[in-house]
Design a protein around this ligand. Structure first.
Ligand SMILES: C[S@@+](CC[C@H](N)C(=O)[O-])C[C@H]1O[C@@H](n2cnc3c(N)ncnc32)[C@H](O)[C@@H]1O
Length: 401
């Protein structure tokens, strides 16, 4: 049975969101059929026209041309009636775009990714009144461009759903992402009000594209680690190849939360990736020590100028929390141990096992949280994304457990 077409209703929202996200035509067509009770009725075509095609604006014309071709052929094969406007727009694209423009692999496109909150989510700080959070992302049609960083990979969709579903894990925390690609995770972190968002990548063209996307979504970009900026819309973007990232450079970051999406895939990079994670996660001692003149329990070798150990302030670590205890008996600076959330798709089990063994050697505790920390299904319209294909790891340093 044909359903009401109203952008506030789930089936209509799914249809519009799938066009905005440039989902494959067959996925969009299945949403169109769902809206029309099984067929792409005139009313459904009119709805698509009114909300997406009448003002195609910055839509990728080759995508629309291909979509219109498939839509029209589906309606015709159902012996349905095709809206004149759709025929005319298709004819316009046929004459305006030669087929070679469709196949330019380095072409940039702009996808709009809509995270749709189900009913009953209004208490979540990430859920806006409209129940939809929409980000625009410039990406490449070439999956390998920018060392793979100019495409949206499934793990970043998963991590984004996680951040929006569990904002309490990230809001008011300093968050640092490695291999950030197009910057989607950073947009979600800024949305849930992380106290600081630092993104990074080891590819310069990816970094440039990431900055473009942050600005496209009204965030301000800062390229270095200058202290003290309290602009809530400020995101830092760092050029940070894991191979050359120095210990002091990483220690300057001192995040509460480290994130990574689809970064476990190249065996040659894994030793460097694990080294970066180990330094970032093993920082509580150095961060506290830097703020205090001594650190007896963690660094017993720190001595005063006269050679005596300095017991002025002691640091205790208990249950992953860090506490500074002063001689006058007071204590302060409780800080949770840093934690990493890494989302990944297993494409090669040997590569993944190699990552695990390197992690163990580096004293990292790696726990699979996939079954215990599930995100909401905020991208349920996106048939090209399978949330269940992504796994989630929680990594901490066993040195400071
Ligand atoms: C598969 S993409 C994932 C991008 C993004 N996180 C996502 O999930 O959509 C891998 C990302 O890691 C970055 N990367 C790969 N090797 C790296 C290295 N050695 N140092 C820093 N970044 C690296 C790439 O530039 C790319 O942005």
């Amino acid at each position: 049975m044909e359903q009401d077409l109203d952008p506030s209703l789930p089936s209509s929202r799914h249809l519009l969101s799938s066009i905005l996200a440039m989902e494959p035509s067959h996925c969009v067509i299945s949403h169109a059929r769902a809206c029309g009770g099984g067929s792409i009725t005139g009313q459904v075509q009119q709805f698509i026209w009114d909300h997406c095609l009448s003002a195609p604006g910055d839509f990728h014309a080759p995508y629309l041309k291909n979509f219109l071709k498939k839509l029209i052929s589906q309606v015709e094969s159902d012996r349905g009636y095709v809206l004149d406007n759709l025929y005319e727009l298709y004819a316009h694209y046929m004459t305006s775009f030669k087929d070679d423009s469709l196949t330019k692999r380095d072409a940039k496109i702009c996808k709009r990714i809509s995270f749709l909150f189900p009913e009953g989510c209004s208490e979540l700080l990430s859920c806006p009144h409209s129940r939809a959070v929409v980000f625009s992302l410039q990406c490449s049609l070439n999956m390998l461009e920018g060392d793979t960083g100019c495409s949206i990979w499934p793990s970043s969709l998963f991590l984004s759903e996680l951040i929006l579903s569990h904002p309490e894990l990230f809001s008011n925390k300093s968050c640092f992402e490695i291999g950030s690609g197009v910057g989607l995770v950073g947009l979600c972190l800024a949305h849930v009000k992380a106290s600081q968002v630092i993104l990074s990548d080891g590819d310069l063209s990816t970094l440039a594209n990431m900055k473009f996307n942050l600005e496209l979504n009204n965030l301000n970009v800062e390229a270095n680690m200058t202290e003290g900026n309290k602009d809530p819309n400020m995101v830092k973007c760092l050029y940070l190849p894991w191979e050359s990232a120095s210990e002091s450079q990483l220690q300057e970051i001192m995040p509460d939360v480290v994130l990574g999406a689809d970064v476990i895939y190249d065996p040659a990079c894994l030793p460097h990736l694990v080294r970066v994670l180990a330094i970032l996660l093993n920082q509580m001692n150095s961060s506290v020590c830097r703020q205090h003149s001594s650190c007896k329990n963690l660094s017993p070798n720190i001595k005063l100028g006269n050679g005596e150990p300095n017991h002025e302030n002691d640091i205790e670590i208990c249950d992953g929390r860090c506490k500074a205890i002063y001689n006058d008996g007071s204590s302060s600076m409780s800080k949770e141990a840093p934690v990493a959330y890494i989302a990944y798709v297993i494409r090669n089990i040997e590569t993944f096992n190699y990552f695990l063994s390197l992690g163990t050697q580096a004293n990292l505790d790696i726990v699979d949280l996939t079954d215990s920390l599930k995100p909401l299904n905020l991208l349920c319209f996106m048939q090209s994304f399978n949330q269940a294909s992504v796994r989630l790891l929680r990594i901490t340093s066993s040195n400071i457990q």
